[in-house]
Design a protein around this ligand. Sequence first.
Ligand code: MN
Ligand code: MN
Ligand code: ZN
Length: 279
Amino acid sequence: MLLGAHVSISGTIDKAVDRAVELKCTTFQIFTRNPRGWKAKKLTDEEVEDFREKMKKYGFRVAVSHMPYLPNISSPQQQTFKKSVKSLIEEFERTNLLGLNYLVVHIGSHLGKGLDVGIKRAAEAVNTALSKVEGSVMILLENMAGQKNSVGSRFEDVKRILNLIEYPDRVGVCLDTCHAFAAGYDLRTREAIDNTLNDFDQIIGIKLLKVVHINDSKGDLGSHLDRHEHIGMGKIGENGFRELFHHPWIRDLPLILETPVDSRGDFATNLEKCRELYL
Ligand code: MN
Ligand code: MN
Ligand code: ZN
């Protein structure tokens, strides 16, 4: 079972590994830097070495980094787009340096210019980045909840981006269950999950699915709300996650929580719930 959570890098970046171990995670996700700014301090050799050593010591086989919040690779604005591509390149390099497997990227927002523009931009951003960097890290496009102007909430849109990618073996998909559900893909029952995953397979290809963000949803099916909820307390519900964890296409993938931390629970309680449902 590859189950983990998005852990903080506060202190030094290798502390993220300690936090994952503390939570008994077998995989995890991090931001390689403060996600709220454009600038990143360079990782020192020592930071990289400490991180890699801990990964090895605790036997983590798969771990993931996530792009910071500000970049928008679908942006029609030249300035933001350029900065976003630069940031994608930087994050790719950092992810590679840290020995992580995947870099998860939100597809972004076309800011009112239309899906066609956003799709073209997103593909251009990924192609440009991959033409400039080497390394084994795979970029994973994350499906969106379908908020206003967002790009990539439909599997068809993700596929249109993938069709434009010049490095097909370096790009895959991260499926966020909350985003998918909010975008209208039902995950509440065995039958609904079969339908959703068959759609994914027919449109994108299940082989491209590399990571699953497991988040319950505060919003209803098709609500387009990106509001994560504790596992079992949202509109997808316990049954949905139990069925999802038992699906042969999902069960062995890295499953990573991005659930809230509040009075009703934290990563420890959500991990426990997931382990119970996984059995
Ligand atoms: Mn995300
Ligand atoms: Mn996510
Ligand atoms: Zn989200």
